[in-house]
Design a protein around this ligand. Structure first.
Ligand SMILES: Nc1ncnc2c1ncn2[C@@H]1O[C@H](COP(=O)(O)OP(=O)(O)OP(=O)(O)O)[C@@H](O)[C@H]1O
Length: 788
C-alpha cells in the first residue's frame, strides 16, 4: 500500500514559494487551510487519508523508528478532522486500545504541529525574501523614477531648443524669401545687362578679329626676330665656348706637357741611376763570379788531394792488414815454435826481435795512419768550409742575379713608361700645335735702318688693347690706318732667340714625324734673310734655320737614350723665275735643269738630281749653310743681283727609328726664305724686273691658294703650276704644320709694299683651322687679292 504523502519528499519553502509566486494566483497565496496544499486533481476523504496515513505510519513505524519522523502535508479538512477526532465507542472501554488510539492521535498531532512549524518557517523565509525583492523593486522604481525625471528634463530642454531652432529657421526662411526676391530682381537686371553686353560683344568680336589678325602678324614678326636673336645668341655662345674650350685645351695640354716633361726628366734621371747601379752590380757579379770560380777550383784541388789521400790511406790500411796478417801468422808460428820446444833460443830471440820490430813498424804505421786520418779530417773540414763558402757564394750570386733581374724588369718598365710618356708627349705636343693652328702666321717688324725714310714718320704701330696685344699690327698708308691681327706679332725689339722660342715647338714636330714648313715672306729688305738665316759669325743673331737645326740635333741626341736613332738628309735649292738651282752642288753647272718628281703614293716630292747631304751634327749644318750662301751669292752675281727675288728652300728629311719599340717616323722640315716683292715704287722697275716681280707674286698667290685649299680639305686644289707649290704641296695641309713670317719694314717709303705683304699674310692667316666657316669665308672675301 502506497501513501502519496509519506513517499513524497518534504516541500521546501523555496518550492512552496515558486508555487505561490508562479502558479498560485496572488489572491489565494495566503490561504493555508482553504484548499489542500498538494498537487491539484487529487480528491481525498479526510479520514480515509488519516487512516491511510495511520496505516502507513503503522507499517512504517518500524522502518522510521530511531530516525526523525517524516513531515507530511495536511489539508484544512484533515487538520479539522484531526482536531475533531473522537474516541471510538468500542475503544472507550478498552484502555489499551484507547491508549493506542491516543498515541496514534498524538503522533499525528505532532506531525501536524511539525508541518505547521515548517510551513510557518517557509512563510517567514518567503516573507523575508519577498520583502527583499520588494525593497529592491522599490529601489529600482526610485531609480527609474529618477531616470525618467532626468529624461523628462532633457526632453524639456530639447523641446525648448527645438522651439528656438524653429523660430530661428522661421526667421531664416523669411530672410531667404526676401533674398530670393532680391535675387530675382537682380537676375532680371542682369538679364537686361547681358543682352546689352551680347550686343556689345558682337561688335567687339568683329573688332577683336581685326586686332587678332594684326597681333598674329606682329607675333610672327616677333618669333622671326626672336629666332634670329636666338640663333645669333647661340652662334655667339658657341663661339665663346669654342674659344674657351680652345683656351682650356691649350692650358691642360700645356700643363700635361709640362708634367710629362718633368716626368720624363725624372724617369731619365732614374734610368741613369738604375744604369749606374746596374753597372756596379754587374761589376760585383763579375768579381763574385771570379771568386766563385776560384773557390770551385780550390774545391776541385782539395777533392783531388782528398782522393789521393784516400787512396794512400787505403794502401796503408791494406799494408797494415797485410802486416797484421803477417804478425798473426808469425804469432802463430811463434806459438808453433813454442810448441816445438826443440827450437833454439837464438831463433826465438831473433824471432822475438823480428816480432818486436814488426810491432814497432806496426806502431809507426798506426801512428802514420792516425796522422793521415787527422790530415784526412782536416781536409774534410776544409772541404766542408769550401762547400759552405761555395753555397754562400752561390746564395749571394743568386741574390745578386735576382736583384739584377728585378732591376732589369724595372728598367724595362721604366723604358716602357718612358716610351709611353714620349708617345703621349708627341700626341699632346701635336694637339697643342693643332689647337694653336696647323697654319699660323707671325708678323715681324724690323727696326728702322739708317737708309730708311725719316724716323718721325711712323708707319707701323702696335695696338695696346687686350684683344690685340701681341697679336695686332697697324699700318698707316696714304693717311689711312689698316689693322691686322695674326697669331703673333714681333716688334722691332724682338730678339732672334725670342722669335725662335715661339717656333721651337714646330721643330720638335718635325722630329716627331710631321711635315713642317716655315716660310719668311715680305718685301725686299724687310728682314726675311735676317729672320731665317741671321747674321753669320754672330751666335746671338743666328736665324731660325741654324737654331732649328741645332735644336733638332740636340733633341735627337737626347732621344738616343730612349732608343731613337735618327738619320738626317739635307738639301738646299733656290727657285728663281721657275728655275731650280742646287745650292749644294759640288760643281758649277749653271744651265742645268731640275725637275720635281712625285713619289708613287704622291706623299713626297723629290728633285732627282739634287745634292743630298747626310748630316750628323750642327757643325755640318753651318758648313752647308755657308756653302749654300756662297752659291747663292755667286748666283746673285751671275744673275746680276737678282737673287733677292728667288725662293731659298732648305729641306731636312728626318728618318727616325726606335730600336726598343721599332716605331718609325719620317719628318720633313722645310725652311724657306721666300722671294720678296720688289720695291717697285722706289726702283721704278720696268720690263724684265716687273715681269719677275709679277712671276713672284703669282707664285706666292698660287702657294696661298694651295695652302687654303688643303687646309679646308677641298677636293680641288687650284692652280699648282708653280715650282714652289709643286715642291711643297705634300708638306702642306692635313697634319702638316705651316708657319709663315710676314716681315715688315717700318720704312715709310715702302708702306705700299708692306700693306701688300700684310694683306697676303692675312689671306694665309684666314686658312687657320678652327675659325668658323662663315667667318673664314668673310675674312677670305675681304683678303682675297689678285697678284700678277
Ligand atoms: N730684326 C732685325 N733687327 C736688326 N736688323 C734687321 C732686322 N731685320 C732685318 N734687319 C736688317 O735689315 C737689312 C735687310 O734685311 P734682309 O736682308 O734680311 O732682308 P730681306 O727681306 O731678306 O731682303 P731681300 O728680299 O732683299 O733678301 C739687313 O741689313 C738686316 O741686317
Amino acid at each position: 500500500m502506497n501513501s502519496r504523502n509519506q513517499n513524497r519528499p518534504p516541500r521546501s519553502p523555496s518550492n512552496m514559494q515558486r508555487k505561490i509566486g508562479e502558479e498560485i494566483p496572488s489572491d489565494k497565496r495566503r490561504r493555508i487551510g482553504g484548499e489542500r496544499m498538494v498537487a491539484p486533481g487529487r480528491a481525498r476523504t479526510p479520514f480515509g487519508a488519516i487512516k491511510n496515513r495511520s496505516e502507513a505510519n503503522d507499517g512504517g513505524t518500524s522502518a522510521a523508528e530511531g530516525s526523525e519522523p517524516s513531515i507530511v502535508d495536511f489539508t484544512k479538512e484533515e487538520v479539522e478532522a484531526l482536531l475533531n477526532e473522537r474516541m471510538k465507542k468500542e475503544t472507550r472501554l478498552d484502555t489499551k486500545k484507547k491508549m493506542e488510539q491516543m498515541g496514534e492521535l498524538i503522533k499525528r498531532l505532532k506531525n501536524c504541529v511539525r508541518w505547521f512549524k515548517r510551513v510557518e518557517e517557509g512563510y517567514v523565509q518567503e516573507k523575508e525574501k519577498l520583502q527583499t525583492d520588494l525593497d529592491s523593486l522599490d529601489k529600482k522604481c526610485v531609480d527609474i523614477e529618477n531616470e525618467m525625471k532626468i529624461k523628462i528634463a532633457e526632453l524639456n530642454e530639447a523641446i525648448s531648443n527645438m522651439r528656438m531652432t524653429i523660430s530661428s529657421l522661421e526667421e531664416k526662411i523669411a530672410k531667404e524669401e526676401s533674398d530670393k526676391l532680391e535675387a530675382v530682381e537682380c537676375y532680371r537686371k542682369e538679364k537686361e545687362a547681358r543682352n546689352e553686353a551680347e550686343q556689345m560683344n558682337v561688335s567687339l568680336t568683329t573688332e577683336l578679329e581685326k586686332v587678332s589678325n594684326a597681333k598674329l602678324a606682329a607675333e610672327q614678326k616677333a618669333i622671326a626676330n626672336e629666332d634670329l636673336y636666338n640663333r645669333s645668341q647661340e652662334y655667339n655662345v658657341s663661339l665663346q665656348q669654342y674659344n674657351s674650350r680652345l683656351q682650356s685645351n691649350l692650358d691642360t695640354a700645356n700643363q700635361q706637357n709640362n708634367q710629362l716633361q718633368t716626368a720624363k726628366s725624372t724617369i731619365v734621371d732614374t734610368l741613369s741611376n738604375v744604369r749606374v747601379h746596374n753597372k756596379a752590380l754587374q761589376e760585383q757579379l763579375a768579381s763574385l763570379k771570379a771568386s766563385q770560380d776560384e773557390a770551385t777550383k780550390a774545391k776541385d784541388m782539395l777533392a783531388i788531394e782528398l782522393k789521393c789521400l784516400r787512396d794512400e790511406l787505403k794502401q796503408i790500411r791494406d799494408d797494415r792488414d797485410r802486416q797484421l796478417g803477417q804478425v798473426q801468422s808469425l804469432t802463430g808460428e811463434v806459438a808453433k815454435y813454442k810448441e816445438y820446444t826443440g827450437k833454439s833460443s837464438e831463433q826465438l830471440g831473433t824471432l822475438t826481435a823480428k816480432t818486436s820490430a814488426l810491432e814497432e813498424v806496426c806502431t809507426s804505421q798506426r801512428q802514420q795512419i792516425d796522422m793521415l786520418q787527422q790530415q784526412l779530417n782536416a781536409e774534410k773540414e776544409k772541404l766542408k768550409m769550401a762547400d759552405l763558402l761555395h753555397s754562400e757564394t752561390r746564395t749571394v750570386f743568386e741574390d745578386q742575379k735576382r736583384i739584377i733581374d728585378q732591376l732589369r724588369e724595372r728598367l724595362e718598365e721604366k723604358e716602357q713608361q718612358l716610351n709611353e710618356g714620349e708617345s703621349l708627349r708627341k700626341k699632346l705636343h701635336n694637339t697643342i700645335l693643332e689647337l694653336k693652328g696647323n697654319i699660323r702666321v707671325f708678323a715681324r717688324v724690323r727696326p728702322l735702318l739708317s737708309d730708311d725714310g725719316p724716323a718721325a714718320d711712323m708707319v707701323v704701330s702696335f695696338p695696346s688693347s687686350t684683344e690685340a696685344l701681341g697679336r695686332g699690327v697697324e699700318l698707316a698708308q696714304s693717311g689711312q690706318k689698316y689693322s691686322f691681327t695674326f697669331d703673333k706679332v714681333f716688334d722691332h725689339k724682338a730678339s732672334q732667340e725670342h722669335v725662335f722660342t715661339e717656333i721651337s715647338q714646330l721643330v720638335q714636330s718635325a722630329l716627331d714625324g710631321y711635315k713642317v714648313c716655315i716660310f719668311a715672306y715680305g718685301q725686299t729688305g724687310s728682314g726675311k734673310t735676317y729672320t731665317m738665316i741671321g747674321r753669320p759669325g754672330s751666335p746671338e743673331l743666328k736665324g731660325m734655320i741654324p737654331r732649328s737645326l741645332e735644336q733638332i740635333f740636340l733633341v735627337s741626341q737626347a732621344l738616343k737614350d730612349q732608343g731613337w736613332k735618327y738619320t738626317m738628309q739635307a738639301s738646299v735649292l733656290e727657285i728663281y723665275n721657275e728655275t731650280i738651282r742646287d745650292l749644294l752642288s759640288p760643281t758649277e753647272n749653271p744651265g742645268k735643269k731640275y725637275n720635281i718628281v712625285h713619289d708613287a703614293n704622291g706623299k713626297n716630292t723629290y728633285v732627282p738630281e739634287l745634292t743630298i747631304v747626310d748630316v750628323c751634327g750642327a757643325d755640318e749644318i753651318s758648313t752647308l749653310l755657308q756653302k749654300a750662301a756662297q752659291s747663292r751669292s755667286v748666283g746673285r752675281t751671275q744673275m746680276n743681283e737678282q737673287s733677292s727675288r728667288s725662293h731659298f728652300v732648305f729641306t731636312l728629311r728626318i728618318s727616325g727609328i726606335n730600336e726598343n719599340t721599332e716605331q718609325q717616323v719620317q719628318g720633313v722640315l722645310n725652311l724657306i726664305d721666300l722671294a720678296g716683292s720688289e720695291r717697285l715704287s722706289k726702283s721704278g722697275a720696268t720690263g724684265d724686273r716687273l715681269n719677275e716681280t709679277k712671276a713672284i707674286n703669282k707664285s706666292l698667290s698660287c702657294l696661298s691658294d694651295v695652302i687654303f685649299a688643303l687646309a679646308k680639305k677641298e677636293d680641288h686644289v687650284p692652280f699648282r703650276n708653280s715650282k714652289l707649290t709643286t715642291l711643297l704641296q705634300p708638306c702642306l695641309g692635313g697634319d702638316s704644320k705651316t708657319l709663315m713670317f710676314v716681315n715688315i719694314s717700318p720704312d715709310p717709303s715702302s708702306s705700299g709694299e708692306s700693306l701688300c705683304s700684310l694683306r697676303f699674310a692675312a689671306r694665309v692667316n684666314s686658312c687657320e683651322i678652327g675659325i668658323p666657316r662663315r667667318q673664314t669665308s668673310a675674312k677670305l672675301s675681304d683678303s682675297r687679292l689678285s697678284y700678277g
